[in-house]
Ligand binder design. Structure first.
Ligand SMILES: Nc1ncnc2c1ncn2[C@@H]1O[C@H](COP(=O)(O)OP(=O)(O)OP(=O)(O)O)[C@@H](O)[C@H]1O
Length: 549
């Protein structure tokens, strides 16, 4: 029995055709993986299936499109999570509330909106929403304790689990799970994998039996092959906006093996070329090519033109110092009695389960958490709150974070070139002086290094989530910052970009100029140069541990 059938169709949005002439069929009893590198068309196709993103499937002449899940599809993706946070920020009415803060929608309301779709916006919710913690999906996703927290305050992993819980309670017949494991801690990944296998088994059995239980079908979208669940039976792969494989899993596995053998031969050369390109841009000592010296001079003079800056301060050995730091909200303590030091040249890995406070910790340094002022925290030798501005600090930082990613998405139309140049200016978007020829030339070289040659004028908003991430990583590195803060930098990156970005981080780490603070849930992303570990343990006393390798 055919569940979805696409025969000679095009995938398009209101502006252009994204994928030409595509055919594909999903039958009962098949569990499909949709895969492909960043920007390959995979996300466009999944967006088209989801039916509410402005991307649609249109039959060509003699074409055909049928979908029994029409109007009963729910998506969980990095893209969807980012869009949700974006909406919450855009709808924030704190400025209009006298002395108040707009906490936005809570997880409870967000999930109830899927349970009671018939309720119109603004109508009171039924009392039963106070009992949704009893829903099996809420327990499975482990979000009972955070249901009453504003969506915009949730951690990356918490928001992903909330989206999944909502998809499960929605009663929709098809779940599109895109990169479902990204950003989840080890425990949540295992639970999700078991859950996926159990649903997939029922999906398979349903074809063979007359099981009419109401359970969703799942289509999985992801690129990283070593994480793909056993239950997958079929694979649809996209490359360069075309279907490059469509068929059974075994055939795809054989194709992958062949490709891997071919790729291994060219890998060393690609790595060396990348290393050379990186060296040309930033020699180990920072700006020591003639072009980069001149650029450094420009950056320097902009800094010196600030009225409060008299001269550049000497370089300190201790970059950040935290003494007995406590951070929390209401009855929810995230960091307790934390004492920690960042010494120049010592690269740190920060790890801990979802919601343990990793981003909160980093945001004390980046200036995005106001509780920094009620704590004893020195950054570049100055106690926060003692006069220096956050711009003085940001000038010396490179940052890649979920928050920054959402902020850039809100700007949408900024060109890739402008995003990279904004890295020299520490701004989100480009304002003020027009970019100098040198800034433009250097930014172009960084784009080329990252594989974006010739795409300078494309808009940030038109890129896939993973490509956007890669651009933000390049942006964070352009000015050779003293501290590089990387909060789950590889979130959404395909294998190829991921390898490239990890290589870039390794080169930066060994360069001697930049000290890195890196958050990741994935042990395979930990770099050899990260010899110091800050491990956060929520609900334990003490709430953290420092490990030196
Ligand atoms: N303004 C706020 N009000 C209430 N709770 C908050 C606020 N900001 C963050 N939190 C909570 O603090 C906890 C720590 O969040 P944080 O983002 O630092 O976690 P994390 O370790 O980075 O998690 P993840 O691995 O999921 O990204 C979370 O439970 C989050 O919901």
């Amino acid at each position: 029995m055919s569940l979805i059938k696409i025969e000679n169709c095009r995938i398009e949005n209101s502006r252009s055709i994204l994928i030409q002439n595509m055919s594909w069929e999903m039958k009962a009893g098949e569990v499909w993986l949709v895969t492909g590198p960043n920007g390959s068309g995979k996300a466009d196709f999944l967006n088209a299936l989801s039916g509410n993103t402005g991307i649609k499937i249109t039959p060509n002449t003699d074409g055909l499109f049928s979908d029994i899940f029409y109007d009963s599809t729910e998506t969980v993706s990095l893209e969807r999570a980012a869009r949700l946070i974006q909406e919450e920020r855009e709808n924030d009415e704190s400025d209009y509330l006298e002395g108040g803060v707009d906490h936005g929608r809570t997880g409870r309301v967000f999930i109830a909106q899927a349970l009671y779709p018939e309720l119109k916006k603004g109508m009171p919710m039924p009392d039963s929403i106070n009992l949704i913690e009893n829903e099996p999906a809420i327990k499975l996703c482990g979000i009972e304790k955070i249901l009453d927290r504003g969506l915009k305050y949730m951690s990356t992993g918490e928001i992903r689990r909330t989206l999944l819980a909502r998809a499960l309670v929605s009663g929709k017949q098809l779940l599109l799970l895109s990169d479902p494991f990204a950003g989840l801690d080890v425990q949540s990944r295992t639970i999700l994998l078991e859950f996926f296998d159990s649903i997939a088994k029922r999906q398979l059995n349903k074809a063979a039996s007359s099981d009419s239980n109401n359970f969703p079908h799942i289509i999985l979208g992801m690129e990283r092959w070593h994480e793909i669940p056993d239950a997958i039976t079929h694979v649809l792969e996209f490359r360069e906006k075309k279907v490059s494989y469509c068929g059974e899993r075994a055939g795809f596995e054989a194709l992958l093996k062949k490709r891997q053998a071919e790729a291994a031969a060219g890998e060393e050369k690609t790595k060396n070329d990348f290393k050379e390109g990186f060296k040309k841009l930033t020699q180990a000592g920072g700006f020591d090519t003639p072009a980069s010296q001149a650029l450094n001079h420009q950056v320097e003079s902009r800094w010196l033109s600030r009225p409060e800056a008299v001269s550049k301060p000497p370089l300190e050995d201790i970059l950040v110092e935290m003494n007995d730091v406590n951070v929390g909200w209401d009855d929810h303590q995230v960091l307790r009695h934390l004492t920690w030091k960042l010494v120049r040249g010592e690269h740190w890995l920060v790890r801990g389960p979802n919601g343990s406070g990793k981003t909160t910790f980093l945001e004390l340094i980046t200036g995005d958490n106001m509780q920094v002022f009620s704590n004893d925290i020195k950054i570049f030798g100055n106690r926060r709150g003692s006069g220096e501005t956050i711009w003085d600090i940001k000038k010396r930082l490179g940052i890649v974070s979920y928050r920054m990613h959402v902020e850039y998405r809100m700007l949408g139309g900024t060109s890739l070139l402008a995003v990279i140049i904004s890295g020299f200016r520490d701004s989100i978007g480009l304002y003020g002086d027009s970019p100098s020829d040198l800034e433009i030339a250097t930014a172009k070289k960084w784009l080329a290094l990252g594989g974006f040659e010739g795409r300078e004028s494309e808009s940030f908003g038109s890129l896939s989530y993973g490509e956007q991430r890669a651009i933000l990583i390049l942006r964070s590195a352009v000015k050779t910052p003293e501290i590089l803060i990387l909060d789950e930098p590889c979130h959404g990156l395909d294998e190829q970009y991921r390898a490239k970005i990890l290589h870039l981080m390794e080169l930066i780490g060994n360069g001697g100029t930049t000290t890195m603070l890196h958050v990741t849930h994935d042990p395979s992303e930990v770099l050899p140069c990260e010899k110091h570990i800050l491990e956060l343990h929520p609900d334990e006393d003490p709430m953290y541990q420092i490990i030196e390798l």
